[in-house]
Design a protein around this ligand. Sequence first.
Ligand SMILES: Cc1cc2nc3c(=O)[nH]c(=O)nc-3n(C[C@H](O)[C@H](O)[C@H](O)COP(=O)(O)O)c2cc1C
Length: 173
Amino acid sequence: MAVDSRAFRDTLSRFASGVSVVAAPSPQGGAVGVTITSFASLSLDPPLVLFCIDRGSANFAVLVGAPAFSVNVLAADQEALSTRFASQCENKFAGLAVTAGLAGVPLIAGCIANLECSRIAAYPGGDHEIVVGRVDGVRRGDGEPLLRYCGSYRRIAAIAPPPLATVAETGVK
Ligand SMILES: Cc1cc2nc3c(=O)[nH]c(=O)nc-3n(C[C@H](O)[C@H](O)[C@H](O)COP(=O)(O)O)c2cc1C
């Protein structure tokens, strides 16, 4: 029996994720970018990552075919960028501080991490395509991540330490 689609989405939304923008130079000039939560680490040696892109995305062909792409991991104060890159806006990069990384991939300023990747494979995955890239360069910024959970944006919070009484009673620190 097929799982109900609304229940499936709702259940997946319980998995809290970081939010990234995957971006690549466009063969037509300029760059394309899409907000994703499907970014994941895949392998340490060699260093591989993956993302999944919807076949319905206007930028599907460019992102699946690009020889190189960047993953820009958004900071907690970059919610507006997530909204912009999840829209159908004409020029998503207008007015943004962007530099060109290895192979010309767009690196968005202010992110907590930027990865420069070479595409090594793509595999069909239902209504998405899974794109695998080798990481050729990494840049780390300061700040905390933007998170997505149950259909809204969140920030991380430290888990409160146990009350002192608990520590005294159990000896567990
Ligand atoms: C938080 C968030 C996460 C998303 N994750 C993905 C994803 O992993 N893969 C994907 O293809 N689309 C994802 N989307 C949807 C795309 O960002 C959206 O469809 C976008 O409009 C595609 O842009 P395009 O049609 O201009 O290519 C996500 C959207 C949001 C807001």
